[in-house]
Design a binder for this molecule. Sequence first.
Ligand SMILES: Nc1nc2c(ncn2[C@@H]2O[C@H](COP(=O)(O)OP(=O)(O)O)[C@@H](O)[C@H]2O)c(=O)[nH]1
Ligand SMILES: [Mg+2]
Length: 322
Amino acid sequence: MQNIVDRLMSGDRRALARMVTLIENEAPAAHHYLAELHQHAGQAHIVGVTGAPGAGKSTLVTHLVRELRRRERRVGVVAIDPTSPFSGGAILGDRIRMMELSGDPNVFIRSMASRGSLGGLAASTRDVVRAMDAAGFNPVIIETVGTGQAEVEVMRTAQTVLVVSAPGMGDEVQAIKAGILEIADIFVVSKADKPGADQTRAELAMLLSLDPNRRSHDTSKPYWRIPVLQTSAIKDQGIVEVVDAIERHHRFLKESGMIVSRAQRQVSSEVQALVLHAVEKALKVQVTEEEWQHLVEDITKRERDPYSVAMELETRIGLNNT
Ligand SMILES: Nc1nc2c(ncn2[C@@H]2O[C@H](COP(=O)(O)OP(=O)(O)O)[C@@H](O)[C@H]2O)c(=O)[nH]1
Ligand SMILES: [Mg+2]
């Protein structure tokens, strides 16, 4: 029998599904397999879709997938949603289309519950994307719900980030607070069939024009002008333009060399996170909850100091061994 890595790479969907489960369960074997998959990944364009709950992200993703299928792409989707398995509130027509999509062998959709730590979610998303990428899906779309710090963290995995706002929801303000605007490459105003869509678009365009970094850019360098696009799922409008913009941004990243610098930043923070995670785990193994509590009390009572305690623990987990 072939191993899971070979089966996954030869297009076996069950092997890919199994890998995703291993990643989600943080099975120790997952990293072993992912290490092998790493050299085969790196082909996929990773596209993030974020925005407030109800903004129309899942609906948009469904339409994007259909358009990408028309362009004969094999598409992976990772949906991170605590409440619904991908299309909770979607209109009936969309749910039917969604089912259509999941029967397509060239579409792989997986939803993940957003549990675990902030960093943990970003790490497992990155791993799932890596597995889909190695399995030949390109692009891989990540959908996150909400506009908090966890979403920003997850979106750093993406190369192209779409921020979706619906008219009249005041999403822009929330997005600014969470720092989502800073990571946006393309804005999408969804539900353009509703009143207020033009105003929302104007507001976003205005926010962009106020950003000093965007006004005084160095004209000799390649520059990405963030588009503000409108879509209507009901009228099936604007989808082609969004897919065009996604592909144009990918070309921009490649031609400007930014795809490499972004990848390096990603890898750098990934390795750091892995090492920190290992240290945390080692500490939990070495020090019981009870001992930890005692140490904390001793330090608080000034019977011991934080530096020597830290030093002692570092030695116990194998640091300081020079
Ligand atoms: N009128 C209109 N409603 C939409 C459109 N896109 C999504 N919706 C509705 O908005 C609600 C939330 O959509 P959903 O895709 O689940 O949003 P998400 O929470 O951001 O994933 C659902 O009831 C959709 O049917 C659109 O283009 N026009
Ligand atoms: Mg959704």
